[in-house]
Design a protein around this ligand. Sequence first.
Ligand code: 13P
Length: 250
Amino acid sequence: MRRPFIAGNWKMNKTVDEAVEMVTELKELVAGVEDVDIAICAPAVDLYAMNKVVADTNIALGAENMYWKESGAYTGELSPAMIKSVGCEYVIIGHSERREIFGEDDQLLNLKLKTAFAEDLNPILCIGEKLAERESGAHFDKVEFQLEAGLSGIEAADVKNMVLAYEPLWAIGTGETATPEQAEEIISFIREKVAKMYDQKTAEAVRIQYGGSVKPHNVTEIMAQPNIDGALVGGASLEAESFSQIVKFD
Ligand code: 13P
């Protein structure tokens, strides 16, 4: 059985003090949760202080991005070793905001994924279509392309341990969620695609999250879908109370 995985993505929100306050509250609220993996992916400057609060708790940390080189002249970038040194186990790769606003393409994301595996980080690879692609029925082709390009040259053993996050762009920050049936339809398609690219065992092991306006009131029906293993939560992960309600979804 795949373990449910609820992760927050804070995006460009929270100073160090605000971050520490939130996780201090959160760790009390989720202290008894044992059957769900929990992570917060936070701005890089917050992680060191957050790690002091959540080390040895059931809350893991993740970075929102990283570069694929070990070190060197890459002004403004973060290396895998740097994010690990502040307690990160996870790293989000290819969030749609990185793709759309910062021009990250599938080839670059593929390099980042390979580096994450080489450095023992668990990547969360985001894929998903734009509104126009959904409306024209191109959403299946879009995620298929993103999987093929993103996972090119990556071994089954690594894919088994990674996380995929299906996040349709039209549902991010809009309050408009994909219906649980829409999310299940495409997430089961993604799992079938992983089976074709690798094998059935790999497809059954990889965890696939849904992301896009997940809130306390809609998480239960999303998590009830057989192929949806978790959620990548933006806005509702900023408050300890709402995020803890999502973590305790059932
Ligand atoms: P919202 O939950 O705010 O829609 O954001 C989703 C997201 O982009 C998580 O990575």
